[in-house]
Write a protein that binds this ligand. Structure first.
Ligand SMILES: C[S@@+](CC[C@H](N)C(=O)[O-])C[C@H]1O[C@@H](n2cnc3c(N)ncnc32)[C@H](O)[C@@H]1O
Length: 215
């Protein structure tokens, strides 16, 4: 990030919010690569069972959907994104799995999920919550679609910490997003009705995984 000019960096950060057009599609693909290590680390905190029904919110270029489908081989993985270009890229990347009925990708916002109550075993959200319009009510909407006993996990490459504040504040300003302390995330999950809340951080990288379960 530091080696590219501020103008380009602003363009990149703005695209993270809602990738659009040719550059947006390129961004979605590059995020598939750029977020893979943090995603793998984050997913190591949840168990994915063979028959699970899973939703990836803000699926971007669709790599996480692909990873989850490799694990839930007898289940189904859905992805939603409010960027039509991301839905297109993610659909292309998961073409074979869509054809076989194991993956479905839908154009939708986290504010109004097009699924019935009590539908998912697991909901994942990688590097996306920063952009959501109303975090607590969006987490409540996710809770609605989780089965009792199902969990949500938010996986992020940045949280508020003194050591990373200068970098994070710059990214947040350019990208127009908000990030939080681990304890604030715990509070949001609690206020949205989750229990068994667990927060894990990898301090050296400034990564965070925040999990909650629907009772
Ligand atoms: C930084 S990208 C991360 C994409 C992907 N999860 C990954 O890890 O590469 C953020 C994604 O969240 C999506 N997003 C942001 N706000 C959203 C909302 N309200 N509903 C659905 N998707 C949203 C954006 O379109 C974008 O694809």
């Amino acid at each position: 990030m530091e080696v590219i000019g501020l103008g380009l960096m602003e363009k990149v950060m703005k695209q993270c919010r809602k990738p659009a057009g040719r550059f947006g599609r390129l961004m979605a693909r590059s995020m598939n690569y750029g977020h893979r290590k943090c995603t793998r680390w984050g997913l190591s905190h949840v168990s994915v069972n063979r028959d699970d029904t899973i939703l990836d919110v803000g699926c971007g270029g669709g790599k996480t959907i692909n990873t989850l489908a490799e694990r839930a081989t007898g289940g189904k993985v859905y992805g939603i994104d409010y960027s039509e270009d991301c839905v297109a890229v993610a659909s292309k990347i998961n073409k074979k799995l869509i054809k076989s009925g194991r993956v479905e990708i839908i154009h939708a916002s986290v504010e109004c999920l097009p699924f019935p109550d009590d539908y998912f075993d697991l909901v994942t959200a990688v590097e996306t919550y920063y952009f959501w319009p109303d975090l607590i009510s969006n987490l409540e909407e996710i809770r609605r679609v989780l089965k009792p006993g199902g969990s949500v996990i938010l996986i992020n490459e940045c949280y508020r910490h003194d050591k990373f504040e200068k970098r994070n504040a710059k990214w947040a300003k350019l990208g127009g997003f908000t990030y939080h302390l681990p304890e604030e995330l715990r509070g949001f999950l609690r206020d949205a009705g989750y229990s068994s809340i667990q927060i894990d951080v990898l301090e050296s990288k400034n990564w965070i995984a925040a999990m909650g379960t629907k009772e």
